[in-house]
Design a protein around this ligand. Structure first.
Ligand code: GDP
Length: 530
């Protein structure tokens, strides 16, 4: 095997999805404990990248009131080279969060055992399903009182529509949490919360039939466990690697990230079950990640870090081959040969030049404003374009009014540029020109970002008038539909995106359903393939 294929083979690139507070950050931190090295996206092979660098980067964003970082953490563990893509949650939930999932080969879904499936998980999950990537479930906070285990699994299956296969099974929860039973080895991994935050600490395993098990679990708990296992063996889906790989079956694990319990066993199983970099579809067919030729696509553009220079950072996911800093590449959409690494890329002392990287890795490159989301970079000798990244449905809408009409040009330029970076989406009334602009965002914070950036970078003041719409749908079969004839509800609005595609805005999901009922054959989509 060639060296580069060995490097690609050992890559595991995944995103962690969850609802805020389920424990994503804590779980990620515990993962890092097992690996050690921390690298930030854009410095994939950093020499001395430290935590310091990570926080500096975020500090700049904080100062500017913009927090759109989705960082990538790289570390080695058990012979694997792991790239964790952080999906921004909380307030800074945005379209970037969705797009990050386009760069991952699998997803880890963290669920709070006392809360079950929550809104944000549901949204992100949909994107994973669309991509048919493997989805692994970690049910967290078992050291707190959790919902009934069967109910939790039921909820995942019903709410998310994916079959589940518990790899281990919890014994009690909260004060009565005693550990997890591994269905394969038939051993109980005994819970202890003495390992808080450290890797050290003994992990005790007791075979389920060993009388010593009763030293840690009560007789009642043991009997319950036996009953549950019997039920499980009869009712639950069997582990099936093929189904896992297609995203049809989610292996489920239980643990407590905070106390570092069940994390390593999860990591080990997960790494073995998930795949090395997946092939991706391009206009020339499916591209094998193991081919020698480098190729990548842009999935995120980081806004100007420095107000005085309109520079940006384009984050790309390497999809095939090996990247070498000095190599000449081809930017398909720009129809240009270029070198990705330029001296400007070292924006701060503590960011590092990438010497080499492989399929599965994420690199950040200096972008003088030439890249767009979804662009392909490949070798000049083998030109092709990857499938575009879909546009995801915004959930918040506002009408933008420009306060100083004399600055029309700056306004149009600024708003278009920000839209090109993918932070906002712009719509126009179906009838009418650029006078009436509607902005749609996935996370409300992006409105503040828009206002701030237009003022600071383009010197344009705007007013945002919130609109009541929450749902937007693209028309899937627009060749067969006369948009003017669509009969909607009275609160529905017809708009157009920048590409002139018609869209419908709705205030609630009921109106979406009603419009579908009233227009036979109409197909409405939540994502738009570009
Ligand atoms: P995120 O928003 O999903 O990144 O969640 P965090 O990792 O920040 O965790 C949210 C809160 O839950 C924090 O206060 C954590 O300390 C706490 N937490 C995370 N994991 C556990 C766990 O396993 N048990 C308990 N009891 N608390 C946890």
């Amino acid at each position: 095997m060639a060296d580069y294929t060995r490097e690609i083979e050992k890559r595991r690139t995944f995103a962690i999805i969850s609802h805020p507070d389920a424990g994503k950050t804590t779980l990620t931190e515990k993962f890092l404990l097992y690996g050690g090295a921390i690298n930030l996206a854009g410095s994939v092979k950093g020499k001395a990248t430290s935590r310091h660098a990570v926080s500096d980067w975020m500090e700049i964003e904080k100062e500017r009131g913009i927090s759109v970082t989705s960082s990538v953490l790289q570390f080695n563990y058990g012979g694997y080279c792991i790239n964790i893509l952080d999906t921004p949650g909380h307030q800074d939930f945005s379209e970037d969060t969705y797009r990050t999932l386009m760069a991952a080969d699998s997803a880890v879904m963290v669920i709070d055992g006392s809360k079950g499936v929550e809104a944000q998980t549901r949204k992100l999950f949909k994107v994973c399903v669309m991509r048919h990537i493997p989805i692994f479930t970690f049910i967290n906070k078992m050291d707190r009182d959790a919902n009934d285990t069967f109910d939790l699994l039921d909820e995942i299956e019903k709410e998310l529509g994916i079959a589940t296969c518990p790899i281990n099974w919890p014994i009690g929860s909260g004060k009565n949490f005693r550990g997890v039973y591994d269905r394969d080895t038939r051993k109980v991994l005994v819970f202890s919360d003495t390992q808080k935050g450290t890797k050290e600490g003994i992990e005790e395993e007791i075979p389920v039939d060993d009388p010593h098990l009763l030293d840690v679990v009560s007789l009642e708990q043991k009997e319950t466990l036996e009953e549950e296992i019997e039920l499980l063996d009869g009712a639950a889906a069997e582990f099936d690697q093929e189904k896992v790989s297609k995203g049809e079956l989610s292996p489920v694990f239980f643990g407590s990230a905070l106390t570092n319990f069940g994390v390593e066993t999860f990591l080990k199983h997960f790494l073995a079950m998930t795949s090395s970099p997946l092939p991706r579809t391009a206009d020339c067919g499916v591209v094998d990640p193991m081919t020698e030729e480098f190729s990548a696509f842009v999935f995120k553009i980081q806004a100007n870090m420095n107000k005085n220079h309109r520079d940006r950072i384009a984050f790309m996911r390497i999809c095939s081959g090996r990247f070498d800093a000095g190599m000449e590449v081809y930017h398909v959409q720009g129809d240009k040969k270029m070198r990705l690494l330029q001296p400007q890329q070292m924006m701060a002392d503590d960011r590092h030049v990438v010497d080499e990287a492989y399929a599965g890795d994420i690199i950040g490159v200096f972008d003088p404003g030439i890249f767009s989301i979804g662009d392909t970079i490949c070798m000049p000798s083998r030109k092709f374009a990857y499938e575009g990244i879909p546009t995801f449905a915004p959930e918040h809408f506002a009408r933008v009014a420009q306060l100083d009409t004399m600055k029309r040009k700056q306004f149009v330029k600024g708003i278009n540029q920000i839209a090109q970076e993918g932070a906002i989406q712009i719509f126009q009334e179906a009838k009418g020109g650029m006078e009436e602009i509607i902005v749609g965002v996935v996370g409300v914070l992006q409105f503040d970002v828009l206002k701030y950036r237009l003022e600071n970078e383009y010197n344009v003041e705007i007013r945002l008038d919130m609109l009541p719409y929450e749902y937007i749908r693209w028309i899937g079969n627009r060749d067969q539909v006369d948009v003017d004839k669509i009969i909607g509800t009275s609160d529905m609005k017809k708009v157009m995106d920048l590409k002139g595609r018609p869209l419908l805005l709705f205030v609630n999901s009921w109106s979406v359903g009603m419009t579908l009922d009233r227009n036979e054959g109409l197909v409405l989509e939540e994502f738009s393939k570009n």
